[in-house]
Design a protein around this ligand. Structure first.
Ligand SMILES: NC(=O)c1ccc[n+]([C@@H]2O[C@H](COP(=O)([O-])OP(=O)(O)OC[C@H]3O[C@@H](n4cnc5c(N)ncnc54)[C@H](OP(=O)(O)O)[C@@H]3O)[C@@H](O)[C@H]2O)c1
Length: 292
């Protein structure tokens, strides 16, 4: 199977390439394939003739989406809609990604794939619009995977690195810190997600539609940060703060734990977030852990 990958420098794109052993992956530079350019997408499809397109690109800096809503719609909805149209025309399967932020966060048990999406800020609105656009444009070709709190070896470029690495860097200059305890999430390893994506691709029972793929379990950002420092043997005075989901004028959803029911029903699950975090830290910081 030949895969055309969009977003190879990102956390997930990087992990897909790193763990791939079976597929032929072509991953053009962004200068060659800009998701926002229908011409670029068309040219890449004609040139590479893939069986599957995996799009990991998005405009997902949440505060920036609030300020640049036109651009957020252009990337997260219009561009993926155009990509879905091309995939349908060329009879190519499409996997694209969405976010826990399509939910309002008012539920207090994990969101399943069929739960009502009700985004509460521009970012989530553009992601939901993108999901609808893709699934109505290419209902027999498209899979949308919602995920949450991703961290990967390469770090999210648009967010200035990943959450885990940034907390470790913080501890180099500070021994006292505050961390939000108001948002409860499913932190997810990009490498575990990439592994689940490949399992999904290979499973003949998989049907188009929405899937939730996240590491199992749940925690607040405070609890996640505490686990990072404990596993790293770093001593920090960490204080939980309840911002009630507010960052400036924008509200973030309070509870966006995702429950994987559809992929789990065909045997595809991700490990618990603690196990994933431990594996990530030991693969990247083993020496520091031993020295601390
Ligand atoms: N990170 C999270 O916490 C999180 C949470 C929920 C859902 N998700 C979703 O999961 C998916 C993967 O996330 P990620 O963390 O791997 O993202 P990421 O690290 O920010 O990577 C995004 C990739 O897309 C590329 N890209 C951005 N705009 C593009 C465009 N217009 N044309 C072509 N390439 C473009 C970026 O290239 P450059 O290097 O040139 O910028 C980068 O390679 C995204 O859909 C994201 O929204 C992520």
């Amino acid at each position: 199977m030949k895969i055309l990958l969009i977003g190879k420098t990102g956390q997930l794109g990087n992990s897909l390439i790193a763990i791939n052993t079976k597929f032929e992956i072509v991953a053009p530079e962004r200068s060659e394939l800009d998701l926002e350019s229908n011409e670029d997408c068309q040219r890449a499809i004609n040139k590479h003739q893939p069986d599957l397109v995996i799009n990991t690109a998005a405009f997902h800096n949440v505060p920036q989406c609030e300020k640049q809503s036109v651009r957020a719609f252009a990337v997260n909805c219009e561009a993926v809609r155009n990509l879905a149209t091309l995939c349908k025309q060329h009879d190519i399967q499409l996997i694209t990604f969405s976010s826990d932020y399509v939910f309002n966060g008012d539920k207090n048990s994990p969101y399943v794939e069929s739960d009502q999406a009700e985004p509460i800020q521009m970012y989530g609105i553009t992601r939901l619009a993108g999901e609808l656009a893709v699934l109505t444009t290419a209902p027999r070709h498209a899979i949308v995977i919602r995920t949450c709190g991703l961290y990967g070896a390469s770090g999210a470029v648009s967010k200035g690195g990943n959450f885990v690495d940034n907390r470790i860097a913080d501890a180099e200059s500070s021994t006292k810190m505050e961390m939000g305890c108001d948002q409860v999430i499913s932190p997810t390893s990009a490498s575990d997600l990439a592994n689940a994506v490949f399992q999904l691709i290979e499973n003949p029972e998989v049907k188009p539609g929405i899937y939730h793929l996240v590491n199992e379990g749940e925690c607040s950002w405070y609890e996640f940060t505490k686990a990072i420092y404990e596993l790293m043997n770093i001593v920090v005075e960490l204080t939980p703060v309840d911002r009630k989901g507010m960052s400036g004028d924008m509200r973030r959803p309070l509870y966006t734990v995702l429950k994987n029911t559809k992929a789990a029903a065909i045997g595809i699950t991700l490990p618990h977030w603690r196990e994933a975090l431990k594996r990530y830290l030991f693969s990247k910081y083993e020496q520091e852990i031993n020295n601390n």
